[in-house]
Design a protein around this ligand. Structure first.
Ligand code: GDP
Ligand code: FO1
Ligand code: CA
Length: 318
């Protein structure tokens, strides 16, 4: 069996730990199509937070408390940059993490596409799945905000890390999405998939930028594989992260029904055949979509693998 997962960073990475475990138990192959909208160039380095969250988590090297970056990280580079007054000082580059960005930026500068760079980095981390960025082209999430009485678009990282999303926020823009093509291998993986899973990732700033690549979205929507999503919202709570702020901006209810409706039914204008919600959200209705309720707290690899089994069951491929 071939499983394709559309994923963001921390939530998606934890989900993929369960996907990998379940896939191993049945001899399935897993390809993760990873969001690049969070990517940013800082201090001359290309930083890919969602790719790195997935790579470090599956490589057993992620910091479990912070969720992003490396466990056992040190911050000498960050302190030294601050002593030069080198902006932005609000963004932290860990020393170990910096080595990843150096290798990545060197390879990109030499002309390798991000998909090949990612494959090269994964030779070290052996994530046990195939990781592909949604696109090799530039695609960045920017956020239209009001700061100091001025309306402007800032990078998603500035919105989240500098302002913690606590600024009047109007909309999210996926800069470059119109021209972006799926990265090498993405369309092939979707065409060969037995099932496409949408991870319990942030629907607005992790999954939407992936689907903003039109050919990628069309391939999922019109492809042969059933599409099942997993709700990132449990009992009206985003568990951790900023999904509530993002959904508020879109005027979408922070609920399993709200996010399910945002993705919509594949039989209509949307994407989903099935929608997995938590047991506290049993009774959730998404028109045109099969909904099933199972525990969705990713508290262990086993618990998460059970979610995956339920998702494949809902897809009719278990
Ligand atoms: P990011 O890119 O690092 O923000 O991570 P993702 O977008 O992949 O995932 C973040 C989302 O994961 C959050 O908005 C939460 O809604 C969701 N999430 C985190 N932990 C859990 C969990 O245990 N269960 C479920 N269902 N969702 C979770
Ligand atoms: N998050 C923070 O809250 N503060 C930081 O200084 C920070 C730096 C950083 C560096 C590399 C990286 O891969 C991620 C980093 N993050 C940081 C996490 C990141 O801002 C977001 O959590 C994700 O982009 C959301 O998916
Ligand atoms: Ca993200």
């Amino acid at each position: 069996m071939r499983i394709v997962v559309l994923t963001g960073g921390i939530g998606g990475a934890r989900f993929l730990v369960g996907v990998r475990a379940y896939a191993r138990s049945i001899g399935a192959e897993v390809t993760a199509v990873v969001n690049v909208g969070d990517d940013v160039r800082m201090h001359g380095l290309q930083i890919c937070p969602d790719l790195d969250s997935v790579m470090y988590t599956l490589g057993g090297a992620a910091d479990p408390e912070r969720g992003w970056g490396r466990v056992g990280e040190t911050w000498v580079v960050k302190e030294e940059l601050a002593k030069y007054g080198a902006e932005p000082t609000w963004f932290g580059l860990g020393d170990k993490d910096t080595a990843t960005h150096l290798v990545r930026t060197t390879m990109l500068s030499a002309g390798y596409p991000l998909s090949q760079v990612t494959a090269a980095l994964c030779e070290r981390w052996q994530p046990g799945i195939t990781m592909i960025p949604a696109t090799d082209d530039r695609l960045e999430t920017h956020v239209v905000v009001d700061v100091e009485d001025e309306r402007k678009a800032i990078h998603f990282q500035e919105w989240w890390v500098r302002y913690r999303g606590n600024v009047p926020t109007h909309r999210f823009v996926f800069v470059g999405a119109d021209a972006a093509k799926p990265a090498a291998g993405v369309l092939e993986a979707i065409a060969a998939a037995d099932v496409v899973l949408v991870a319990p990732s942030n629907p607005v700033v992790s999954v939407a930028p992936i689907l903003a690549v039109q050919e990628l979205r069309d391939a999922v929507k019109n492809g042969p594989a059933p599409v099942v999503g997993v709700s990132p919202i449990i009992g009206g709570s985003p568990v951790r992260g900023m999904a509530d702020r993002c959904l508020d901006t879109l005027g979408v209810e922070v609920s399993a029904a709200g996010v399910g409706g945002l993705y919509g039914a594949r039989s209509g204008e949307g994407l989903l055949d099935g929608w997995l919600v938590d047991t506290t959200d049993d009774g959730t209705d998404v028109p045109g979509v099969r909904v099933k309720a199972v525990p969705l707290w990713m508290k262990s690899e086993e618990a998460t693998a059970s979610m995956v089994a339920a998702a494949l069951d809902l897809a009719g491929v278990a």
